[in-house]
Ligand binder design. Structure first.
Ligand code: GLC
Length: 600
């Protein structure tokens, strides 16, 4: 009986692996030209398989990855130099933050020409070489679409501000002075927090949800939408494999600009994300452009689960995935997006968020998971423990979490080394417009600046943007010039060169677990079940597919902890762990992560 089960399982796994291999071939950009036809849905017991569900995405902040010309800023040639490193990680897709022409008020999220490369980053020839180099290595490239706003230095805005009857006027949102003070809109970045900026030339205000150098585009104008679709086609026809879409839920606005309803008073983001025609426009974008290519689309959308489905369910014909903020939003003071709660966050809340999102996408749509990105601090500082004793082990534990969820993992460059927050002491060290303007806002309001700076040591975006640490030479081998943002002094020991030599480094652990995820479809598609829900130290869950059952145990605390899971572990097999002698009995060492296969 046992051997029959074993035989059936072996055959099933073989079929599954063959299917995986076949699908990878279909999507090999070298064999089929880029923009290949829709991935066929494989038969068998996994419905709706897609390459983008099976991918591991590696996000690179180009400004901080590798500088090839000594100007202190990372660039495309720098990424080209490091393609073999990226390939060695085992990831499938690279997402680059915006690389388009920009005056860099918000590091590229203020675009002055959507079809040109930012001077700091190189030329279009560099871009073409990068894309070719990636496709040669069977890596896919995802770019960043910033469609809600442009730079005020974009030609469209330069025209629009010339006169009220300029043909580009309606590319943006204006409020004419004679109508009185515009209805309150809050800006996320502006030093005054005001979302309207007065423009003296035409005696009117323009709308900007972000900085006053990021005017919001008027999506209600069909010409704007056409420009966006034309631009997307330009990049897809070059062979780009997808787009991450910046604040895509903000694009539609009620242009009568009514007062903000009371229910949104404490959450402007939610109000901005509730525009009347947002889904209509994303559907139109899908019809006009996305549906014509086999590309991956991921919306940045701080929306609830219900609306998330409206973006990603296949029958909606909008996007493949979105990413939400419920997880990374834990741990702030009530009604504050700026100050971290010194008492931290509760693991039960963390488990609750990820389990609810999993459940919601179990049957329909597809989920994503991330702990770090360019808008977040380093994951090991925020969710693990960056002390000398626990930095490595806790960062591997978090990596284990990310690689064992039923969701496409978005993994942020540098997290594979266990890079941690730099924790600047003074505002002068920060380069990020968000930190600088929030500081000004708090200062002007006579607020607690010490509390803010302490909080920024944990939460500021610049913590996740410090230069990548390649080796222990000057500036971590990132640049021969002066880096645009300080390098974390721990580069002497935390760097690629050192970690390459250490079999047990976070880097080599990341490589192992990425490979392991790819070899185990149960980790991609398998059913997720949360165990021991009330445990404040251990996150325990199983993943099950085709008779295979894996148990994942993660200790989120610096003390030993026990998982109360009521499962017979006596015949369980350890498949992977972040300690040399992994736990086999549910008793976990500090920050221990272990993946066990349960016997049938
Ligand atoms: C998104 C980006 C962030 C940027 C903002 C404005 O949230 O991820 O980095 O500052 O939009 O474009």
């Amino acid at each position: 009986m046992v051997s029959l089960k074993f035989y059936v399982r072996a055959v099933l796994s073989l079929i599954l692996l063959t299917m995986l291999a076949c699908q990878n071939q279909v999507n090999n950009p070298n064999q089929t030209p880029v923009n290949n036809p829709q991935t066929p849905t494989a038969a068998g017991d996994i419905p709706n398989r897609k390459w983008w569900k099976e991918a591991v995405v590696y996000q690179i902040y180009p400004r901080s990855f590798k500088d090839s010309n000594g100007d202190g800023v990372g660039d495309l040639r720098g990424i080209i130099e490091k393609l073999d490193y990226i390939k060695s990680l085992g990831v499938d897709v690279v997402w680059l933050n915006p690389i388009f022409a920009s005056p860099n008020d918000d590091n590229g999220y203020d675009i002055s020409d959507y079809e040109a490369i930012m001077k700091d980053f190189g030329t279009m020839a560099d871009f073409d070489a990068l894309l070719a180099g990636m496709h040669e290595r069977k890596l896919k490239l995802v770019l960043d679409l910033v469609a809600n706003h442009s730079s005020d230095e974009h030609r469209w805005f330069q025209e629009a501000r010339k006169s009220r009857d300029n043909p580009y006027r309606d590319y943006y949102h204006w409020w004419n002075e004679e109508k009185g003070t515009p209805p309150k809109r809050v800006s996320f970045f502006d030093d005054k927090g005001d979302g309207w900026q007065y423009e003296p030339n035409t005696k009117s205000y323009y709308l900007h949800y972000f900085s006053d150098k990021q005017p919001d585009l008027n999506w209600e104008n069909p010409k704007v939408r056409e420009e966006m679709y034309k631009m997307l086609k330009f990049w897809f026809d070059k062979g780009v494999d997808g787009f991450r879409m910046d604040v895509i839920h903000f694009i539609s606005k009620d242009t009568t600009f009514p007062p903000i309803p009371a229910e949104f008073k404490d959450d402007y983001g939610k109000f901005y994300g509730s525009g009347p025609k947002k889904h209509e426009y994303v559907q139109e974008m899908n019809r006009e452009v996305l549906s014509k290519y086999d590309v991956m689309t991921i919306g940045e959308a701080g929306v609830g689960m219900e609306d998330a489905h409206n973006y990603v369910d296949a029958d909606r014909q909008e996007l493949n995935m979105i990413y939400h903020f419920e997880g990374v939003g834990l741990g702030y003071l009530p009604n504050s997006k700026k100050i971290i709660d010194p008492n931290g966050w509760k693991l039960t809340d963390f488990k609750d968020v990820y389990s609810r999102w999993d459940a919601s996408f179990a049957e329909k749509g597809w989920n994503t998971v991330y702990l770090g990105n360019h808008d977040q601090p380093r994951m090991v500082t925020r969710w693990g423990n960056d002390s000398a004793e626990f930095r490595e082990v806790s960062s591997k534990m978090l990596t284990t979490f990310l690689m064992t969820q039923r969701a496409t993992p978005y993994y942020y460059f540098g997290d594979e080394l266990g890079m941690n927050n730099i924790k600047f002491d003074q505002i002068e060290d920060y380069k990020d417009i968000e930190s600088i303007n929030w500081y000004k806002q708090i200062k002007d309001a006579g607020g607690d600046l010490k509390q803010f700076l302490d909080s920024q040591k944990i939460a500021a975006r610049d913590n996740g943007r410090t230069p990548f640490q390649w080796e222990n030479s000057a500036n971590a081998g990132f640049t021969s010039g002066t880096p645009w943002l300080k390098v974390n002094p721990n580069y002497q020991t935390v760097n690629v060169a050192a970690e390459e030599k250490d079999e047990n480094s976070p880097l080599n652990y990341f490589r192992r677990i990425v490979k392991f995820r790819k070899e185990n479809p149960v980790l991609i598609y398998g059913k997720y079940t949360l165990l021991d829900k009330a445990n404040e130290s251990v996150y325990a869950y199983t993943r099950e597919l085709s008779g295979k059952k894996l148990l994942i145990l993660l200790n989120f605390k610096e003390k030993e902890a026990v998982a109360d899971i009521n499962l017979d572990l006596s015949r369980a097999k350890v498949l992977l762990g972040n300690y040399a002698a992994p736990s086999t009995d549910g008793k976990l060492k500090p920050y221990e992560a272990v993946i066990l296969e349960l016997a049938n």
